[in-house]
Unconditional design. Structure first.
Length: 330
C-alpha cells in the first residue's frame, strides 16, 4: 500500500462521512471521526515507512547485484589469473628442469673432463679447457640468478593470489551482511503489511458500525414517524370522541320534548293568570289575545328547516376505519 492509496481511501471515507452528516447530523459521527482520522494517520505513516523501506530494499538489492557481478568478475579474473599462473609455473618448471638437466650434463662433462685432464701426465691446462670452465661457471651463475628471479616472481604471484582471496572473502562477508539486512527488511515489511491489513480491517469494521448506526437511525426515525402518526390519530380520535353526536331520531325526540315542555309552561302561565284577582275584566281581552299567541305557540311547536346533518362516521366510514398503527407493529 502506498501513500496515494491512503489518500484515496481518506477521500472516500470523507465523502461517506459527509453523506452521513447530511443525513443524520454531526452528533452521529463525532465520536468515530477522531478514531478514523488517527487510524488513517497511522496508515499513512506505515505507508511512508513501507515506501522508504521498499526503496532501501531496492537499493540493497541493486548493491547485492552489483557486488555479485563484481564477485563473479573477480572470480573470473582470479580463475584466469590462476590459469595464467599455472601456465607460468609450468613454463618455469620446464625451464628449471631443462636448466637442471643442462647443469647435470655440464657437471658430468666437467667430471669427465676433470678425469681426462687428471689422467694426462704432466700436462698443463690448455686455454680451451680454462675457457670451458669459465663458461660453465658463468652459466651456473646465470641459472642461479634466473631461478632466484623466478622464485621471487612466484612469491609475488602468491601474494597477489592471497590478496585476491582476501578481497573475495570480504566481498562474501559483505554479501552475507546485505542478505541478512535484506531479510530483516523483508521481515519488517511483512510486519508493516500485517499492521496495514489490521488497520484496513479496523476501518472496514468502523464502516460496518457506521452502516449499522445509520440503519438503526433510519429505523428509529421510522419508529418516531409512526409514533407521531399514531399520536396524531389518537388525538384526532379523542377530539372526535369528545364531540357530541346525536342521531336524527334523538334530535326529533329532543325537539318534541322541548315543544311539550313549552306547551306545559304556557298552560301553567294561563292558569296562573286566571287565578290572579282583579283581572277578570280582562279575561275576554286575554282570551282574545291568547288566541293569536296560541297560534304562535302552536307554530313554535312545529320544527321547520333542514334536517340535521348525518355524522361523519356514517357519511365517511372509510376515514374512521382503524388502521394498523406503528405501536401495534412494534
Amino acid at each position: 500500500m502506498q501513500v496515494v492509496d491512503v489518500y484515496d481511501l481518506a477521500a472516500s471515507i470523507g465523502k461517506d462521512f459527509e453523506k452521513i452528516i447530511e443525513l443524520h447530523g454531526n452528533d452521529c459521527v463525532r465520536g468515530i471521526m477522531p478514531k478514523v482520522i488517527s487510524a488513517l494517520e497511522t496508515l499513512e505513516s506505515l505507508a511512508n515507512n513501507n515506501e522508504r523501506e521498499n526503496e532501501e530494499i531496492l537499493s540493497l538489492q541493486k548493491t547485492v547485484e552489483r557486488l555479485e557481478n563484481e564477485k563473479q568478475a573477480r572470480q573470473l579474473q582470479t580463475a584466469k589469473f590462476e590459469e595464467e599462473l599455472d601456465q607460468v609455473e609450468e613454463t618455469y618448471k620446464k625451464d628449471i628442469n631443462e636448466l637442471r638437466s643442462m647443469v647435470k650434463t655440464l657437471m658430468s662433462e666437467n667430471k669427465t673432463l676433470s678425469t681426462t685432464v687428471s689422467s694426462l701426465p704432466g700436462t698443463t691446462e690448455s686455454p680451451t679447457t680454462t675457457a670451458m670452465r669459465e663458461e660453465d661457471v658463468r652459466l651456473l651463475f646465470e641459472l642461479k640468478e634466473m631461478s632466484h628471479r623466478q622464485k621471487e616472481e612466484i612469491k609475488t604471484l602468491q601474494r597477489d593470489i592471497e590478496h585476491y582471496a582476501c578481497e573475495v572473502e570480504n566481498l562474501q562477508n559483505s554479501i552475507e551482511k546485505l542478505i541478512r539486512q535484506n531479510e530483516e527488511l523483508l521481515r519488517k515489511n511483512g510486519s508493516l503489511q500485517k499492521q496495514g491489513r489490521m488497520i484496513v480491517e479496523e476501518k472496514m469494521e468502523i464502516i460496518r458500525r457506521l452502516e449499522r448506526t445509520e440503519e438503526a437511525n433510519i429505523q428509529l426515525r421510522r419508529m418516531l414517524s409512526d409514533t407521531d402518526r399514531v399520536c396524531k390519530d389518537l388525538q384526532q380520535a379523542n377530539q372526535i370522541d369528545d364531540e357530541p353526536r346525536f342521531t336524527l331520531a334523538e334530535l326529533r325526540e329532543v325537539l318534541q320534548e322541548k315543544n311539550v315542555l313549552k306547551g306545559r309552561v304556557m298552560e301553567l302561565e294561563e292558569e296562573l293568570e286566571t287565578l290572579r284577582p282583579g283581572r277578570k275584566e280582562r279575561e275576554r281581552d286575554d282570551l282574545l289575545c291568547s288566541e293569536p299567541s296560541r297560534v304562535d305557540d302552536s307554530e313554535e311547536m312545529l320544527v321547520y328547516g333542514p334536517l340535521p346533518r348525518e355524522p361523519d362516521e356514517k357519511l365517511y366510514p372509510w376515514k374512521y376505519e382503524r388502521k394498523d398503527s406503528g405501536v401495534r407493529k412494534l
